[in-house]
Structures are given as C-alpha cells and as structure tokens.
Design a protein around this ligand. Structure first.
Ligand code: NAD
Length: 439
C-alpha cells in the first residue's frame, strides 16, 4: 500500500519505518526542514533502539522516503496518516492546531479518494472535526471528492517502540466504513500473525481508548507511589509489597514500580487532556485529579529527601545525577522528573553534574550550561557530595560500587528507581535511600 506518514516524530518515524519494513511504500512528511534533510542524509533525529538500521534498510530498498512536500505525498498515497504532536494547550486540553493544519492541507490538495488515518492522540470528537475541516476545504474548492476518516491510536512505548509496533498487544481501529475497516485490517495483518486482535470500533470509542489506556497506566504508577510513601512512614518495604500484589493475576506486575514520578510526552499531557474533556462535559474525573496531584508531588520526592537530609547545606553541595531522560532507552526529556529535581537543586544554589547515556543533547536544550554533563558514567562522581539516580538505565544497575564509593566525597546515594538492596548497600558502607524501602 502507499502510505503518507504526516509528522515524522517518535511515532511517525517509527510507524512509517515499520510499515515500510512490512513491504509498503511510505513517504514520511514533516514541516521541519532540518529533520527531513537530516533523514535524507541518513541522520536519525531521535534515539530509539534499532531504528537506525531499519530506516537505512528501507531507504536503500526504496520503500521509505522523506519530504516536506505534503501535496506530493497526498497525490501519491491512498492512506494519509496524521502523526503530528498534540501538546497540551494553555488550559491543559490537547492543542489540535497541528492535526487540523494537516487536515486543511489534505483538503486543499487531494484530488481523488483518500483515507485519512489519525494516529495522533486526540480528544473524542476530533475525527469528526478532521472530517469537517477537509470537507470545508473541498467545498471551498467546489470539489466533490469522497474520503474516509479513521482513528488508529498508537500504543508503542518509547525505548521499545519498534518491538511494540511490530508485535502489538492489539490494534485499535475506529472506523465507520466496513470497506475501510477491511483495508486497515489488511495493512495490520503482518503485525498480528500471532493472533493478537485487531479491534474495529466506532471512531469516538477508539479516540477514548487511547486516553483511557494511558490514564489507567498513570493511575497504577501514582497509586504505587502513594503506597510507597506510606510504606516509608510505616517501616514497610514497598519492594516486598509490590511482589505480594503483582503476583495476583488480577493485578500483575506492569506499571507498579514506585519511582520519582511519571514523565514523558504522553502520560502527563494525556491525563490533563482527559481531565479537560471531563470538565468540558460537566464531569469531574476525581481519580485522575488525584493521579496528577500525586505525580506532581512525587516528582519532588528526591529533592525533598535531599533537603531533609542536608537542609541549607545543599547550597554549597555538588550533586551527581545519573539519568536525565524520562525513562531508559530514549533521549526524550519531555516532562522528565530529572527536570524538577535539577531545577530545584539549582534554585537553592547546588551544583549539578549529570550523566545520561543518550539524553545529554536534549537536556542541554533545557539546562544549557547551568549544569555539567559527564561523558561517562563515573565522570560525574569525582568529588561529588551525593549521587542521585533518576532514570534506571541498564548501566546503572550493576556499577562498580567500590569505585562509586571512592569517587564520591561522601558515600551517599538517593535512588529514585530502587535499583539496589538497602541492606547490602549498608554493608558496603553506603548511606542509601530508595523510594518506599525499609532501611
Ligand atoms: P513529536 O513531537 O516527536 O513529532 C511530531 C512531528 O510532527 C514533529 O516532527 C513536527 O515537526 C511534525 N509536524 C507538526 N506539524 C506538522 C505539519 N503540519 N505537517 C507535518 N508535520 C508536522 O510527537 P510524537 O511523540 O511522535 O507524538 C505524535 C502523536 O502521537 C501525539 O499525539 C502523541 O500523543 C502520540 N503518541 C506518542 C507516543 C510516544 O511515545 N511519543 C506514543 C503513542 C502516541
């Protein structure tokens, strides 16, 4: 099939490349000229494991190309995917300007039947708005061209995006036309050969499914963080509690690790957008209000622990930070808990030295030269007063702890991801504090 992927960000580039990998002809479109030029020159603008090689192969096989020319892509492709950003607007609702700009562009340029597939995460009713905008442009041109609008939310996780897309738990298609539904099934057939379902539903239900999924996952995280904080007060070990509840098949293990709060480009903005949807429709989503409030508090948990331990002394301290990205295996810094920690530390006059295997470039856009960036994992420890672990990159899980102890001025670690056993750390001579762990 001929596919235009409009918006070549994390989602667009990964899904476009994976569609090409399964034999489709894909044109990735973006308004960002630098990004498109880089991609044409083989430079991948994001860090996502495995993406590099996959893009290269499909470009070489001439199944994948990049352009800033929307009109050309609309002309050549039957399936027009919208995968542009839907960032939070000032009031927390999803900002749809990019989605609607693309819809307008499609309406202005299409000359025969097209299927417009919304892959961006958008509030209920957006599919109908996309339809209306395209129709408006067609009417303005005096054209009577049929088209369909489909919702196909994306559930991939950054850091594991290719695997998630290639082997999804399910594919959700919101679609009112039977023939279009069949075509979408055909497109996704190669990805669900192990029998995972392709769920065809109405458009609005598909739009809501994406928000409900993210809100549920965010709820699990905030719930565990809340319980972890109470465990600390009661001298209970959250790690044992986590195993005790995760082993219950009704609960399961995913998304119940306590930590320094959720971040990223999706959970925070999608929870906010869902809250706004509730408000706009006269319904208060009280659980999600609490999820958001608990998360805001949790993002400060590491700073509060440091403050409780060192008080005013923080002003003259050098804090080493391991991990800047909002989670491992990505360079994405959007809403990362590290931002809250580091901004708070800088505000009280502490010096920060940070190391992240992939996110230093993105972090520099936020902190500039206000912090020092280590090139290697141990660089930042030399002479630092304390180490704080914010992101659970694999290389932080089994470090040379003797070396860590020798490099740090004081053998003190605050661990926002519970990577180590408190008892063992005490035996090794560390003052060690995790989240919700029994000391
Ligand atoms: P992103 O910011 O990484 O990429 C969006 C891209 O769209 C940018 O390259 C931007 O230049 C481009 N763009 C903006 N306006 C455009 C236009 N008019 N024409 C062409 N390109 C345009 O965003 P993302 O993380 O890929 O997210 C895209 C959507 O997918 C969002 O709605 C997001 O909520 C959703 N989503 C994201 C993830 C994720 O893990 N990142 C997962 C599932 C769903």
């Amino acid at each position: 099939m001929k596919i235009a992927m409009i918006g070549t960000g994390y989602v667009g580039l990964v899904t476009g490349t994976c569609f090409a990998e399964s034999g489709n002809d894909v044109i990735c479109v973006d308004t960002n000229e630098k990004k498109i030029n880089d991609l044409k020159n083989g430079i991948i603008p994001i860090y996502e494991p495995g993406l590099d090689g996959l893009v290269k192969r499909n470009v070489e096989e001439e199944r994948l190309s990049f352009t800033t020319n929307l009109e050309e892509a609309v002309k050549k492709c039957l399936l027009l995917f919208i995968a542009v950003g839907t960032p939070p607007g000032e009031d927390g609702s999803a900002d749809l300007q990019h989605v609607l700009n693309v819809a307008r562009g499609i309406g202005r340029t299409m000359s025969e039947y097209r299927i417009v597939v919304d892959k961006s995460t958008v509030p209920v009713g957006t599919g109908a708005r996309v339809k209306a905008v395209i129709q408006e442009e067609l009417d303005r041109r005096g054209e009577n061209i049929p088209f369909d609008v489909v919702s196909n939310p994306e559930f991939l996780k950054e850091g594991n995006a290719i695997d998630d897309f290639m082997k999804p738990d399910r594919v959700v298609i919101g679609c009112d036309d039977v023939r279009t539904g069949e075509l979408m099934k055909e497109l996704y057939g190669p990805f669900v050969r192990t029998g995972k379902p392709i769920l065809i539903m109405d458009l609005a239900s598909a739009e809501m499914t994406k928000y409900a999924a993210n809100a549920m996952l965010a709820t699990r995280i905030s719930f565990m963080n809340d319980i972890a904080n109470l465990c600390e007060k009661l001298g209970v070990d959250i790690s044992q509690v986590r195993q005790g509840i995760g082993s219950d098949s009704r609960i399961g293990y995913p998304f119940i690790f306590p930590g320094a709060g959720y971040g990223g480009s999706c959970f925070p903005k999608d929870v906010q957008a869902l809250l706004k949807m509730g408000e706009q429709n006269g319904y208060q989503l009280e659980i999600l209000e609490a999820v958001e409030a608990v998360n805001a508090r949790q993002k400060k948990v590491l700073f509060n622990k440091l403050k409780a331990r060192f008080g005013g002394d923080l002003k003259n301290m050098t804090v080493a930070v391991w991990g800047l990205a909002f989670k491992p295996n990505t360079d994405d810094m959007r809403e990362a808990p590290s931002i809250v920690l580091i901004e708070n530390l800088l505000a009280v006059g502490a010096k920060v030295r940070a190391y992240d295997p992939e996110a230093a470039k993105e972090a520099h856009k936020i902190f500039g030269d206000r912090i020092v960036y280590g090139k290697k994992v141990y660089d930042v420890l030399d002479g630092a007063d304390v180490l704080v672990i914010v992101t659970e990159w694999n290389e932080f899980r089994r470090p040379d702890l003797e070396k860590v102890k020798n490099l740090l001025k004081n053998p003190i670690i605050f661990d926002g991801r519970n990577l180590f056993e408190p008892k063992k750390m005490a035996q090794l001579g560390f003052e060690y504090e995790g989240i919700g762990r029994k000391q």
